[in-house]
Design a protein around this ligand. Structure first.
Ligand code: BGC
Length: 249
């Protein structure tokens, strides 16, 4: 079965039909740049362009980089326009897509759902935490394979700062940190999350998971196993489509 997945990110809005049996894109994904400011209207136009590129008319799963309740309502918007807060994204995006059934979920939760089924978390029980390190830090917490949604562990306080401002890849770029300096911050962050949740496994996602060999060897002193995500930049698209399939049936 194929369902369409869209990933709304800080830099791009990407999407493709997803082959749910393989957990992979059925066609090469299409991407437009995220508008700035990323207002609900402007982002909805971008989503429409991506979905329209494939002439898709069925169910669509869409990720959002903030808290999403009930598959619809946006509650926070740390890295996109604040007008998103309290928007019914399911209604807005569904209308813009000409009435396609739409499901919306947090971007890290979507990536986690995909990794647990098809990637680095396959078959893993116990407590598993996926962290996406990118513009912000996203988190997805799983207990015996079940998602606890909207955990927002990127906003834990670290040395008096919002953790994502210290340990995201954006923080690495903004502060021109070396891999070693950044890895020290990520280690501190992981130690803090480990102190709170004692997970068996950390999965590190986001674009930087492609460069895992540059920083994972620099992270020490964490008891949990730490592995890079496997679906990398497609995890959000795949997870969004998986969620939409679940709601459509
Ligand atoms: C948001 C999260 C999101 C993460 C990654 C954070 O700033 O609060 O909801 O998952 O960024 O995009």
């Amino acid at each position: 079965m194929q369902i369409f997945g869209v990933d709304i990110g800080g830099s791009g809005i990407k999407g493709a039909p997803v082959d749910l049996d393989r957990g992979d894109l059925a066609e090469e994904r299409y991407k437009v740049l995220t508008p700035h400011p990323a207002t609900p209207d402007a982002v909805a136009d971008g989503v429409k362009e991506v979905v329209g590129h494939f002439d898709w008319t069925g169910p669509v799963g869409i990720t959002f980089p903030g808290v999403v309740t009930g598959g619809a309502t946006i509650r926070t918007a740390a890295n996109v326009d604040k007008n998103w807060i309290d928007t019914d994204a399911r209604a807005l995006l569904g209308a813009r897509l000409g009435g396609c059934p739409v499901t919306v979920l947090n971007d890290a939760d979507a990536a986690g759902v995909a990794e647990m089924q098809f990637g680095a978390g396959r078959g893993r029980r116990g407590t598993v935490i996926l962290l996406t390190l990118g513009t912000g830090i996203g988190s997805a917490l799983f207990i015996d394979g079940e998602l606890v949604p909207n955990t927002e562990l990127g906003h834990l306080e670290l040395n008096g700062h919002d953790a994502e401002k210290r340990a995201s890849t954006k923080a690495k770029e903004d502060h021109e940190l070396t891999w070693e300096q950044w890895a020290r911050r990520v280690t501190k962050y992981l130690a803090h999350v480990e102190m709170l949740f004692s997970p068996e496994l950390f999965i590190i996602g986001g674009g930087v998971s492609r460069k895992a060999d540059r920083f994972l060897p620099l992270i020490g002193g964490i008891k949990a196993e730490i592995v890079p995500a496997q679906l990398q930049n497609n995890a959000g698209i795949v997870g969004a489509a998986m969620r939409a399939a679940k709601t459509a049936t």
